[in-house]
Each structure stands twice: as structure tokens, then as C-alpha cells.
Design a protein around this ligand. Structure first.
Ligand SMILES: Cc1cc2nc3c(=O)[nH]c(=O)nc-3n(C[C@H](O)[C@H](O)[C@H](O)COP(=O)(O)OP(=O)(O)OC[C@H]3O[C@@H](n4cnc5c(N)ncnc54)[C@H](O)[C@@H]3O)c2cc1C
Length: 261
């Protein structure tokens, strides 16, 4: 199927994808919504990057999405590229995959018989591969909204509009200065399911301070698997992971404190 076509069409041009049949889902206007429903932020699969960037409610609940969308590609790609297409493309450098994984979002998959839900952390099976099967469609993504939560996304790329050399997103829920729950998403650095699980576990119950953040960031850098490529050597990418994770955690903690003030 084709949504914005910004990933699929280039792949077809390069003959990396050769679908026999292409279903255009752009007519499914009912999947182009962004709304808070109870204690969840719901984002339809056909919401465009630009919609998410402009959504006041999404920015208020999760600044991480605005941070990430500001650095996804360029305005032309953002006008057509969709949230669902981003997740389903499963590019290891996709920014939203890391942001949604950090926020512990759930993917709602519509099947021929009904619907099933899968945590975004289990949605990607590997590069360019997801749990979506034949006859299934990603319909929406649901993100739990919790009081006292802050979030942020930090990315380094070679030039404006380019894919990440490395990026880190953090979602922190604090309780009286201590970290109740931490989500850390990493992209472009070979983190399994786009998350830094060991660093998240390290943070749980600790003080939300600089020492905790820098130690967690070092753990995140140690446990990811960046590949040396045209964007830089492995040690440079690990250095970026540590620095960007620290910055994202610092800003997420500030957001959490502001949310509870
Ligand atoms: C020049 C350029 C720069 C870019 N830079 C970045 C960047 O910096 N960061 C970043 O994160 N991304 C970047 N992208 C990717 C961009 O975000 C794409 O828009 C996005 O990856 C795919 O969204 P789409 O709607 O265009 O998907 P499509 O190309 O239409 O589809 C992609 C894949 O997902 C499947 N699919 C789409 N929607 C669904 C659905 N609802 N259910 C099931 N399967 C579905 C399609 O069948 C296809 O296999 C860039 C793209 C371009 C062209």
C-alpha cells in the first residue's frame, strides 16, 4: 500500500520494492486525526508529519514529537510523509520509531476480522520489517498520557533535513524528584527495537539529576550497536549517543517538573 509514498516510491524507482499491486490509502481520511481521548494521545496512521508538528495538543502532551518532527527531512517530505508510513517503513534511522518507542506507545493494527494491538517496542522485527501481516493495516498509534511527564528529542545530522547520524529521545515521569519511569529511544545506532532498555532500568527509582543522566547515557552508548559508515565511525556515534541521551534526559526532566508545578 502507499501512503505518502516518500519511502516506497524511491524504493520502487531503485527496484528495491516491486509490488504487483499497490493500494493507495490516501482516501482513508478517517485515519488522519490527532486527538486526546481519556488518558491517551491518539494519532491516526494517515496523520502527516506536518500535522503532528502543528498539533498543539501533541506538543503539549509530548514535546518529543515536535522536537522529532522539526528535524524529519524537509517541509515537502513532511507534508506528504505519514506517521503510519514512517513506522511501517521500519528504516533503522527513522526518527518517529525512536520517539514512539521512548513514549511506550501502542500500535493499533486493523485486520480483516477486527483489530489487534502491539506495543511499538515489539512492532519492528528488524530493518524494513514489521509485525504487519497480509491483509493488515496500521490504523493508529496510542500514547499513554501520564501526569508529571516530560519529553525531548535530540538529533545530529550532517546537514539540515538529512537522516540522523545519531539521535536520542527521552520520556521521563518523575515522582517527588525521583524517576518513576524512563523511556529512552535511540535511532540510527543499532539499538534493538529503538530502545536503550539497560539505561531505562538503571534510571528507575533514581534521583533525576546530572549524575544519573550521565551514567544512564554511558550505559545507552555502551549497549547500542552503531555501524561505521559514511556518516561516521562507531566511536563517534557512541559519543553522540552519550551526549544526546544526556541532553534529552535533562530536558525531559525539566519538562516533567514544569508539568507538576
Ligand atoms: C529526502 C527524504 C528525507 C527523509 N528524511 C527523513 C528523516 O530525517 N527522518 C525520518 O524519520 N524520515 C525521513 N524520511 C522518510 C519520511 O519520513 C517518509 O515519509 C516516511 O518514512 C514514510 O512515510 P510515507 O507516508 O511516505 O510512507 P510510504 O512511502 O507511502 O510507505 C512506506 C511503507 O509503509 C507501508 N505503509 C504505509 N502506511 C501504512 C499503513 N498505514 N499500514 C501498513 N503499511 C503502511 C507501505 O506499504 C510501504 O511499505 C525522509 C524521506 C525522504 C524522501
Amino acid at each position: 500500500m502507499v501512503a505518502g509514498g516518500h519511502s516506497l516510491i524511491p524504493m520502487m524507482k531503485l527496484r528495491l520494492a516491486q509490488p504487483e499491486l499497490l493500494v493507495d490509502i490516501n482516501g482513508l481520511a478517517e485515519l488522519a486525526f490527532i486527538a486526546v481521548d481519556g488518558d491517551q494521545l491518539r494519532i491516526g496512521a494517515l496523520a502527516r508529519h506536518a500535522d503532528l508538528l502543528e498539533s498543539a495538543v501533541a506538543g503539549r502532551c509530548f514535546p518529543i514529537f515536535h522536537d522529532a518532527e522539526r528535524v524529519v527531512a524537509d517541509p515537502i517530505v513532511r507534508l506528504w510523509g505519514s506517521v503510519g508510513g514512517s513506522l511501517c517503513q521500519a528504516d533503522p534511522s527513522e526518527d518517529l520509531s525512536a520517539a514512539f518507542a521512548a513514549a511506550r506507545a501502542t500500535a493499533v493494527i486493523r485486520t480483516l476480522d477486527g483489530e489487534r494491538t502491539v506495543p511499538v517496542r515489539e512492532f519492528h522485527l528488524g530493518p524494513y520489517e514489521t509485525v504487519i501481516g497480509r491483509g493488515e493495516l496500521l490504523a493508529e498509534v496510542r500514547v499513554p498520557v501520564k501526569p508529571g511527564t516530560g519529553s525531548a528529542y535530540e538529533k545530529v545530522s550532517r546537514r539540515v533535513g538529512d537522516w540522523s547520524i545519531a539521535a536520542a529521545g527521552a520520556v521521563l515521569t518523575l515522582d517527588r524528584g525521583k524517576i518513576r519511569e524512563a523511556g529512552i529511544g535511540l535511532t540510527a545506532v543499532g539499538a534493538e527495537h529503538f530502545v536503550a532498555v539497560e539505561a531505562e532500568e538503571f534510571l528507575r527509582g533514581r534521583a533525576a539529576d546530572e549524575e544519573s543522566f550521565s551514567q544512564a547515557a554511558e550505559i545507552a552508548a555502551e549497549h547500542c550497536h552503531p555501524a561505521a559508515d559514511q556518516r561516521g565511525p562507531e566511536d563517534f556515534k557512541r559519543h553522540l549517543v552519550a551526549e544526546l541521551t544526556t541532553r534529552a534526559l535533562r530536558r525531559a526532566a525539566a519538562g516533567s517538573r514544569a508539568d507538576t508545578a
